[in-house]
Design a protein around this ligand. Structure first.
Ligand code: SIN
Length: 330
C-alpha cells in the first residue's frame, strides 16, 4: 500500500513538473541538507542554487534548506521518493537501506588521504557506484567531499583501549557500528541534529566527524579532546529522484548537471580548505585539546579496526574493496 501511495505521489510530482513547464512557471527544486551553511555541503548547495538559476535563466529555481530545517537524513530519502523534497546530499553512510555497496566508504583506514578518495571515485568502479541506488527510484548525480573523520571524546583517546566502554554517536551504518564494537565501545545511531545536545548533556561520550562539522556545529566546545585519527571518510552523494529527473526537459537536465558539476568542484575546494582552517580554529579556541597519534599508537587503531573489512567483504564485494585500497598507490 505504502509503495502504491509513493508511486502515485511520484507520478503526481512528475505531472506537476510537466504542467509547470507548459504553464511557463519555474520548476522549484527543494534541496534539503543537515549541516550549517559555512560547510562544504552548505556552500556547494548555495553555489548550485546560484548556477542553476543563472544557467536556466530562472526557469528552474532552487530552494536550499540547511540545518535539518526541512528533513533530517533519516527521513530525507523517503521524502524524496514521495516528492516532498527533490535533492539532498546525505553522507554515504546513510544509504544503507538503499544499497550495500556504498558501505565501502565506511571501512576504517581504507583511504590514506583525499587524493586516494578522488582517484577511486573518478575510476570506472567509483562512478558505477553512483547508480547503485537506481533500483530504489533514486539517481546519484555525483560525489562531494567533506573530509577525513576524527574522534572527539570526553576522555583523551590515544590507543583503542582508551575508548573501551565509551558511548559514541554514529551515523546509521552497520560498518560504523562494527568499527566501534571492534574497540569495545558502545555505538549509538542518532541523527546529526541531536549530536550537540547528546554531547553537552553527557548522554554520550564521543562521536566521529570531519573538522568542518566539529567546528561548525560547535562539538569542540563540549568535547575536551579530539584525536586526529583520520580513520574514516565523510563524503556525500548528491541524489535526486527519478521522477524529478525524468520530468525535466533534456535541456534542463543538461543545465542542472553542468551547474552541479561546477558546484561540486567548488565544494571540494571548500572542503580541502576547511579541513585545514577549521582544525586551526579549534586549536586556537583552546576549548579542545587536539591529540596527535604517534605512528605506533596509530598502528594499534589500524590493527583493531581493520578486521571490520572482512566482516563486510561479501556484502560490498572483495574486488571493490581491493580496487579502493589500490587507489592509495596513486
Ligand atoms: C553531514 O555532514 O551531512 C552529517 C554527518 C553526520 O551525520 O555526522
Amino acid at each position: 500500500m505504502q509503495r502504491i501511495l509513493a508511486l502515485a505521489a511520484a507520478g503526481l510530482a512528475a505531472l506537476t513538473l510537466y504542467a509547470l513547464a507548459l504553464a511557463d512557471e519555474p520548476v522549484v527544486i527543494k534541496f534539503s541538507h543537515v549541516v550549517a551553511e559555512n560547510t562544504p555541503k552548505g556552500q556547494m548547495a548555495n553555489k548550485f542554487k546560484e548556477l542553476v538559476e543563472e544557467k536556466t535563466g530562472g526557469a528552474v529555481v532552487v530552494e536550499v534548506y540547511p540545518n535539518s530545517q526541512l528533513f533530517g537524513d533519516d527521513k530525507v530519502l523517503e521524502a524524496m521518493l514521495l516528492g516532498d523534497v527533490h535533492m539532498a546530499a546525505p553522507a554515504l553512510s546513510k544509504f544503507s537501506r538503499y544499497t550495500d555497496v556504498l558501505a565501502l566508504y565506511d571501512l576504517p583506514f581504507l583511504f590514506e588521504d583525499m587524493d586516494a578518495v578522488d582517484r577511486f571515485q573518478q575510476s570506472e568502479q567509483g562512478q558505477a557506484m553512483l547508480s547503485s541506488v537506481s533500483k530504489k527510484g533514486l539517481i546519484g548525480l555525483g560525489y562531494l567531499h567533506n573530509g577525513m573523520k576524527q574522534l572527539s571524546s570526553s576522555k583523551p583517546l590515544r590507543v583503542p583501549e582508551d575508548a573501551k566502554g565509551l558511548k559514541f554517536r554514529i551515523m546509521s551504518s552497520e560498518v560504523l557500528e562494527a568499527q566501534f564494537e571492534a574497540i569495545d565501545a558502545a555505538p549509538l545511531k542518532k541523527p546529526f541534529s541531536e549530536v550537540f545536545t547528546l554531547l553537552q548533556t553527557r548522554a554520550i561520550d564521543g562521536q566521529e566527524n570531519s573538522w568542518s562539522n566539529i567546528y561548525s556545529k560547535k562539538f569542540f566546545e563540549v568535547q575536551p579532546y579530539i584525536t586526529e585519527s583520520n580513520h574514516g571518510l565523510l563524503d556525500y552523494m548528491v541524489v535526486t529522484s527519478k521522477e524529478l529527473w525524468m520530468g525535466l526537459s533534456d535541456e534542463q537536465r543538461a543545465q542542472i548537471k553542468e551547474a552541479l558539476d561546477e558546484s561540486l568542484a567548488f565544494g571540494n575546494e571548500v572542503a580541502a580548505q576547511k579541513a585545514i582552517e577549521d582544525k586551526q580554529k579549534i586549536a586556537e579556541s583552546g576549548r579542545s585539546e587536539i591529540i596527535e597519534l604517534t605512528p605506533a599508537q596509530r598502528a594499534q587503531w589500524v590493527e583493531v579496526m581493520r578486521p571490520v573489512w572482512k566482516q563486510f567483504e561479501m556484502e560490498i564485494g572483495p574486488e571493490l574493496i581491493e580496487a579502493a585500497y589500490q587507489a592509495n598507490e596513486g
